[in-house]
Design a protein around this ligand. Structure first.
Ligand code: UD1
Ligand code: UDP
Length: 375
């Protein structure tokens, strides 16, 4: 059995890291195919270095571009590698264009697909991530659902139960594996943070590419900071920085923009924040795991478990709502159960992989040097 682990962005590197470690631990043959969707040092290589991951065997260097252009380049590049390497299966994680291209390229070659973090739905088709999730799930042979809720979503969409494995979310593994080391780092001193602060991340296309929504977020953060007399720290995603410049959005002194930080520093920033405001998927999960209240700057979420346990609330992007939701969350306390598992998701995924389930269930024929699956 040989596996291609396909990844390309910051959250995929972080959330696949426990799976890669598990493959190493269990001596499961694998190689990493990086699409190059993220390429800046602080969005990509820093995580390989910090998490001690092996180098990618292939990097397609596709870089940034319009959705069709970016996904098309990936599809072409991934297909070439898969035809050359002929892996028994590929693993993808999450909902990015890399995931869509990886799943699609593999399924069309008759190579089995395992989707880590399957079954998440925002039911908002304006989000590119929602399209990517649905298509990846329906191209997959092995769906690693983080919770029973995500499993039920898949069942309702007609996916056979035999393909679905509830594993927990690998982000719990990643947090457990790194939190202790993170706590030993002197992040707050290094960033010269000497007082309480709110932490923010916002990078979603539907938020930051829309001047009205992005301006609403910034106005809400400024009001919040004024009301509590607490600064806002915003490690800013490159997409968002670009839009601030393009739209000429003015940021006053209460919001401190810093470059994206590494995973250990970010875990430290999250753990010590009074409150986190975000439109990130991974950050909604991490705050829930770490016991830090979260306000989500979106109208919906594919992580409803966080709302149900009470760690998170949906504020949208209207300034008044942002402040009101933040006030509510600050009063709510931080006692809830983590719904995303026990930190053994990668172990469970490894078990399914190792059991050989992913390679030999269907017959495979050779065509033109390509593997074609025959049911
Ligand atoms: C992508 C994912 C999103 C995920 C996010 C994680 C899709 C459709 N979107 O969004 O789901 O939450 O990654 O962070 O796949 N840029 C850099 N350096 C980089 C990468 C990007 O400067 O290393 C800039 C470029 O200007 C680029 C922009 O960021 O145009 C957006 O990058 P892109 O990968 O297209 O989407 P993300 O917003 O990162
Ligand atoms: N993260 C990080 N540095 C930062 C901001 C975020 O390491 O400056 C990590 C964070 O801990 C989480 C992941 O990046 O694990 C989330 O990625 P992102 O918000 O880019 O994507 P999403 O989860 O929304 O797809």
């Amino acid at each position: 059995m040989n596996f291609a682990i396909i990844l390309g962005t910051r959250p995929e590197i972080i959330k696949m890291s426990p799976v890669i470690r598990e493959c190493e631990r269990k001596h499961i043959e694998h190689f990493i195919l990086h699409t190059g969707q993220h390429y800046s040092y602080n969005m990509d290589m820093v995580f390989f270095e910090q998490l001690g991951l092996p180098d990618a065997k292939y990097n397609l260097d596709v870089g940034s571009g319009a959705h069709g252009e970016q996904t098309g380049k990936m599809l072409e590049g991934i297909e070439k590698v898969l035809m050359m390497e002929k892996p028994d299966a590929v693993l993808v994680q999450g909902d990015t264009n890399t995931v869509l291209a990886g799943a699609l390229a593999a399924v069309k070659l008759g190579i089995k697909v395992g989707h880590v973090e399957a079954g998440l739905r925002s039911y908002d088709r304006r989000m590119p991530e929602e399209i990517n999730r649905v298509l990846a799930d329906h191209s997959s042979d092995y769906l690693f659902a983080p919770t029973e809720k995500s499993k039920n979503i898949l069942l309702h969409e007609g996916i056979p139960e035999s393909r679905i494995f509830v594993t927990g979310n690998t982000i719990v593994d990643a947090v457990h594996q790194n939190l202790k080391i993170a706590k030993e780092k002197n992040t707050l001193n290094e960033l010269d943070i000497k007082q309480d602060y709110f932490l923010v991340t916002a990078h979603r296309q539907e938020n930051v590419d829309d001047p009205v929504r992005f301006t609403g977020i910034i106005a809400g953060l400024e009001r919040l900071s004024q009301e509590f007399n607490i600064p806002v720290i915003y490690p800013i995603h490159p997409r968002s920085r670009k839009r601030i410049q393009e739209f000429g959005i003015k940021i006053n002194g209460s919001i401190i923009l810093i470059d994206p930080v590494d995973f250990l520093d970010f875990l430290q920033l999250e753990s010590n924040a009074r409150l986190v405001l975000t439109d990130s998927g991974g950050v909604q999960e991490e705050t829930c795991i770490l016991g830090v209240p979260c306000v989500t700057l979106r109208d919906n979420t594919e992580r409803p478990e966080t709302i149900e346990v009470g760690s998170n609330v949906l504020a949208g992007t209207e300034p008044g709502n942002i402040v009101e939701c933040a006030r509510d969350m600050l009063e709510r306390g931080n006692k809830w159960n983590n719904p995303f598992g026990d930190g053994k998701a990668a172990e469970r995924i490894g078990r399914v992989i190792k059991s050989g389930g992913m390679g030999d269930e269907r017959k495979v024929i050779q065509y033109n040097g390509m593997r074609i699956r025959r049911d």
